[in-house]
Ligand binder design. Structure first.
Ligand SMILES: NC(=O)C1=CN([C@@H]2O[C@H](COP(=O)(O)OP(=O)(O)OC[C@H]3O[C@@H](n4cnc5c(N)ncnc54)[C@H](OP(=O)(O)O)[C@@H]3O)[C@@H](O)[C@H]2O)C=CC1
Ligand SMILES: Nc1nc(=O)c2c([nH]1)NC[C@@H]1CN(c3ccc(C(=O)N[C@@H](CCC(=O)O)C(=O)O)cc3)C=[N+]21
Length: 296
């Protein structure tokens, strides 16, 4: 039986619609406009596409959008000065510094210089600690988007066996924490995992965040499992440029109960959750009630 396709693009449009409604209400009742600042150092073409689409969607939901584009050889002091200025700007509620940064910049230092209340990526150590201890945090956008799709499809995730492939700070680890928070039995696999096929084969939920094109074959997947493909890989096949995920879509779709496509799955949800986080940050900064269903 063919898998259900989880339509991240449509779900993301719905989430952005909810964000837009809430933003309009904030303006009406409190004369408050949430603002998002994106900082991009250097000009990686993939980042350019992503930053442009974030800016466009930010404006579409009625928020203020600011972009800071800095030269690839910007000094750490100059970057920290830009972040400091945004930290102190009351019209900015969310700050995202596009990763990866050029090699001469200390990523941990830069991320941890963002005001945790404005850290809409959820990468600041204090947000990581809050999430890890089950307290109210800013939750990383990509894992939050995956969680929203899983909750929408399954209702409760309680007791399900979940396997997350990848242990990065931006996807794998926060994803595992969120699944644990929803009472899944969580396994985190990585490049040193001994028998990945066997580990994946036990899972009711597989989240693939590896960065290797089409690495997970369908015969690893338990019949009826839900497959969330976080991977964004640009490859060339038959002379054509293509975007593929970390799972082999056709063979996985043949075994899975449900699967997210690439493009049109996790990616659009990431941007929708970035906007949701900016709205949440603006509400918290002004002691206003937070939107429901848009946080973990
Ligand atoms: N859709 C979206 O919105 C987003 C998509 N992405 C995409 O998600 C993917 C992962 O991103 P990110 O987490 O930043 O990547 P990282 O490179 O930071 O992490 C990759 C992880 O995969 C593990 N890994 C690598 N090779 C293997 C293997 N052969 N078997 C098992 N595990 C392996 C690594 O293990 P180890 O730790 O041992 O090295 C590591 O933990 C990428 O394709 C990226 O483009 C990322 C962010 C957002
Ligand atoms: N500080 C920081 N935060 C991030 O969240 C962050 C980052 N840095 N660096 C790069 C990665 C990557 N990422 C994507 C988001 C959306 C799509 C997306 O919308 N993808 C579309 C396709 C777009 C296309 O065609 O290229 C889709 O999957 O349908 C992709 C990738 C966020 N990241």
């Amino acid at each position: 039986m063919a898998a259900d396709v989880i339509d991240g693009k449509a779900f993301a449009a719905k989430v952005r619609g909810q964000v837009a409604e809430h933003v309009a209400a904030l303006k009406e009742a409190h004369d408050l406009q949430p603002g998002l600042a994106v900082v991009l150092v250097g000009s990686d073409p993939a980042s350019e596409v992503y930053v442009r689409s974030k800016g466009k969607m930010t404006v579409e939901v009625g928020m203020k959008s600011v972009e800071h584009r800095l030269e690839a050889d910007t000094s750490e002091a100059d970057l920290l000065a830009v972040i400091d200025q945004l930290n102190n700007d009351p019209t900015i509620h969310g700050i995202l510094c596009q990763l990866p940064l050029p090699g001469h910049l200390d990523e941990d230092l830069v991320i941890n210089s963002i005001d945790p209340a404005k850290d809409v990526d959820g990468f600041h150590i204090s947000n990581v600690g809050l999430l890890g201890t089950g307290q109210k945090a800013m939750v990383p956008c990509t894992p939050l988007g995956c969680l929203m799709m899983l909750r929408d499809y399954h209702g409760s995730l309680s007791g399900m066996d979940a396997v997350v492939i990848g242990r990065s700070n931006i996807v794998g680890k926060p994803m595992a924490n969120l699944l644990l928070g929803d009472s899944c039995t969580v396994t985190i696999a990585h490049s040193r995992t001994k028998d990945l096929a066997e580990v994946v084969g036990r899972a009711d939920i597989v989240v693939a965040a590896v960065g290797r094109p089409e690495m997970v074959p369908g015969d690893w997947i338990k019949e009826g499992a839900t497959v969330i493909d976080v991977g964004i890989n640009r490859i060339e096949r038959d002379g054509k440029k293509k975007l593929v995920g970390d799972v082999d879509y056709d063979s996985c779709a043949a075994r899975a109960g449900a699967i997210t496509p690439v493009p049109g799955g996790v990616g659009p949800m990431t941007i929708a959750c970035l906007l949701a986080n900016t709205l949440t940050a603006a509400c918290r900064a002004n002691n206003l009630p937070e939107p429901k269903g848009l946080t973990a």
